[in-house]
Every structure is written in structure tokens, then in C-alpha cells.
Design a protein around this ligand. Structure first.
Ligand SMILES: [Zn+2]
Length: 419
């Protein structure tokens, strides 16, 4: 059983409320500001099968960077849009998000009211926009998509539009947002399901259509388009997602500088070439395609779990968000993650113990942040409950990508009865 934090102020930010309707003023202002933000960028928003489409509809998009919102606004204008937004987006600017009709949620929790808010937006005749991966893509490829999406679509029976951004990850990769690169951006907005099709399809069939429509691979996009990324700093930060050396198999010894990625344990180096592909400076190039290296690591985690060897433990510094005015520093705590118990966070605040547990079946993925600006640019994971969120900054370096893999694999095991 969880033991809640002994806050002086017991109030919580209420996520269980209906969003406001976005007024024309905000719709036009968002469009105008998004247009301004996109000035000077090479971008194209292509609408496919959307000529006759009028709201209400659901817009499901992949997620790579804040620029996703600006590009989506080009395709949805002049109709009001309610976006589902994570609670950390509300810090300080919560009134603004409420005015524009956003829906707040705590990531990877069972948020029953979220379903009601979505229905409300669609019943009003507006556009509901969601980023179902619920996190920025770590590697420019499709992240975990929950099967609950199919049920949500079946329940609402409105048209579904898939938005796939290409190039946004290359422009500003999640593992190094600061180092932006010159990359042409191409967004497709495609009507993938009509109410009639939804009516005739099973939830599993809807999920299959959705997963197919939301497939993307930014590195393949780069190769197919012949895009050259010539910035000399292009590989800096890449070791955050490629944390295991495929040569000596050591974990967390990878680092990056300039256009190079290297292993501090065995000294092997790779160059991230201008065409987006990797090349070992000496010997075999184990993976030239970055997502293949990323997926290989997932497989290693899966095997470690199967061997019964997976366990994580660290001292973390915790910042919580019971409300949204500021992050509350809770000091040091112990975070563990293992197949039997999932996440366990144990600490003290105002002379009282608190304990938070999320079982593997309770969380299908993990919210991670690389160089999280609100918390002094540190790597952190967010363990959320239904009424609080704990941002845990790790002491051990470069562990969060692996924690994400382990969370997803343990969830899948919990769903398949351990098979
Ligand atoms: Zn190595």
C-alpha cells in the first residue's frame, strides 16, 4: 500500500475536470504564433483525404518535439483543438493551458476522467489531439502504443486522423534538444478511419490500422530523402539512447563528442555520418542503422529479465508535483525496479515516511526526460500515481533508457501471464 507524502498543503491539482472550450481568439492566436515559430524552417504539412473532413475528429500524432504542436496547428486551423497534455506541461503556465482547452493527465496512470474529457470535447464538435506514445520518441521510431487506444476510438465513433511528423527527431532529438539541426520537416495528416469503418471493425482491427498508420523511422526518412546533416556536433547526446556497447557489451560506458560515439570501456568508436548512418572507425560496424542498435538493447534487457537477473536500485533526488505551481523538492529517496514489485520509491519528507509502488501491470511505459530543464538539466524518470507525480533524478548516470525498456517488457510479461 502506498503511503502518501506528508505535505503541509494537502491540496492537489484537479485533473478530473472537463476542459474549457477553446475560443476563436485562442485558435487564431495559436495559429499565428505557430506560423511565426515556423518562419525560416523548411517544412511541409500534407493533408491526405481530409478535404471533406469537418470536426469532430480524433487526431493521433507521433511525438518528437514541441514543434509537433506548431505543425499540427497548420493542418487543423481554423478549428478549435483540445490537446491532452502531461501535468509537467502545466507547471506555472497552468492557467494558459486551461484557457486553450487542454486536458491535463498524469502519464501512464489509470485516468478514468481522461476518457470522459475526451468524449466531452468530441461531443462539443471539436478536434481532440493526442500523442498516444505519451512521450517524445527516444530514437526517431514508433514508441509503445497502448491497446486501449482501439477501445477509445470504438467508444467515440468519430473519424480518426493520423499525424506523422518526419524529420522532427532529426531536427531536435529528444536526447539533445538544445543542438538543433537544419533538416527539412514533412508532416502527413491522413484520415485513416471513418465512423462507418470503426463501427464495422473490432478493437484489435482498429489497433492494427493505427499501429500501421503511426509507423515512422526518421533515419530511414533521412536516407530516402538523401538529407545530409552536416553539423559537426550531430552525435552529441546519442550515448543516452545507445547506452550499451555492441562490441564489449558493457552498459553505461558509452559517450559522445562531435560526430563520434565511443565506448569508454573498450575504446571502440563510431562516426555518425552525414547521411544518418553509423560507421565503426575500426573493425566491424555492428549496427549502421541507429534504431537497430536501440532495438538490440531492448532485446538484451528482455533476456536479462528472462534469466532472472534484472534489478535496478539507486539513490534519487525527488521533486514532486501534487499541484502545478512549482516542483516540490522532497530530498533523497531510494528507487528500485524489479520484475516482482515494479517500481518502489521510498523516502522521508517532513519527518514522515512515504512509499510509492507501481506494479509492472500498472504502467505500460515510462516517462523519462533527458537533461530535463526544469530540474537543472538532469536525467530523470517520472513515477506517477493518480494524484501525484514524482520526478526522480538518478545518481547513476545514463540509466533511464534501459529503465524504459524494462518497464515496457515487464508490462508485456504481466499481460501475457509471464510467457
Ligand atoms: Zn565497448
Amino acid at each position: 500500500m502506498d503511503i502518501e507524502v506528508n505535505y503541509k498543503n494537502k491540496k492537489r491539482y484537479k485533473t478530473a475536470k472537463y476542459p474549457l472550450h477553446q475560443t476563436k481568439f485562442w485558435t487564431y492566436l495559436i495559429y499565428f504564433l505557430s506560423r511565426c515559430a515556423l518562419i525560416g524552417k523548411d517544412y511541409k504539412v500534407e493533408c491526405i483525404g481530409m478535404d471533406e473532413l469537418k470536426p469532430p475528429y480524433m487526431l493521433l500524432s507521433n511525438h518528437m518535439h514541441f514543434i509537433d504542436f506548431e505543425l499540427a496547428a497548420m493542418g487543423t486551423h481554423p478549428h478549435p483543438v483540445s490537446n491532452v497534455v502531461s501535468i509537467d506541461g502545466y507547471v506555472i503556465k497552468f492557467f494558459l493551458l486551461e484557457w486553450i482547452g487542454a486536458i491535463a493527465t498524469r502519464k501512464f496512470t489509470t485516468d478514468i476522467h481522461l476518457v470522459k474529457s475526451i468524449r466531452k470535447v468530441l461531443q462539443r464538435g471539436d478536434i481532440l489531439a493526442m500523442y498516444p506514445e505519451a512521450r517524445y520518441s527516444p530514437c526517431g521510431t514508433t514508441a509503445f502504443l497502448p491497446d486501449s487506444l482501439g477501445k477509445l476510438i470504438k467508444m467515440n465513433k468519430v473519424p480518426v486522423v493520423a499525424v506523422v511528423h518526419h524529420g522532427n527527431h532529426l531536427y531536435a532529438p529528444f536526447w539533445n534538444f538544445k543542438a538543433k539541426k537544419k533538416v527539412p520537416l514533412h508532416t502527413t495528416m491522413t484520415k485513416i478511419l471513418t465512423p462507418e469503418q470503426i463501427e464495422a471493425m473490432s478493437v484489435a482491427e482498429i489497433n492494427a490500422v493505427l499501429k500501421d498508420a503511426l509507423q515512422y523511422d526518421d533515419y530511414r526518412y533521412q536516407k530516402e530523402r538523401g538529407i545530409k546533416i552536416t553539423e559537426t556536433f550531430r552525435a552529441e547526446g546519442l550515448h543516452k539512447v545507445l547506452y550499451q556497447c555492441p562490441h564489449c557489451k558493457k552498459e553505461f560506458e558509452m559517450d559522445s563528442q562531435g560526430s563520434h560515439l565511443f565506448c569508454k570501456a573498450c575504446g571502440k568508436r563510431w562516426e555518425w555520418q552525414e547521411d544518418g548512418y553509423l560507421r565503426a572507425l575500426e573493425g566491424e560496424t555492428e549496427f549502421d542503422h541507429i534504431p537497430d542498435w536501440f532495438d538490440w538493447q531492448r532485446q538484451q534487457v528482455k533476456e536479462e529479465i528472462a534469466r532472472g537477473e534484472y534489478h535496478f536500485e539507486d539513490e534519487v533526488e525527488v521533486f514532486s508535483l501534487p499541484r502545478v505551481l512549482r516542483y516540490i523538492p522532497l530530498g533523497k529517496a531510494k528507487l528500485t525496479h524489479d520484475p516482482e514489485n515494479g517500481f518502489r520509491l521510498e523516502g522521508f519528507y517532513r519527518d514522515a515516511k512515504y512509499f510509492i509502488q507501481r506494479q509492472p501491470a500498472q504502467t505500460n511505459s515510462l516517462h523519462v526526460e533527458y537533461d530535463f530543464v526544469p530540474l537543472k538539466g538532469r536525467d530523470c524518470v517520472d513515477i506517477s500515481t493518480e494524484n501525484d507525480s514524482f520526478y526522480c533524478c538518478l545518481t547513476k548516470s545514463n540509466r533511464i533508457t534501459k529503465l524504459g525498456f524494462a518497464t515496457e517488457e515487464l508490462y508485456l510479461l504481466s499481460q501475457n501471464g509471464g510467457k
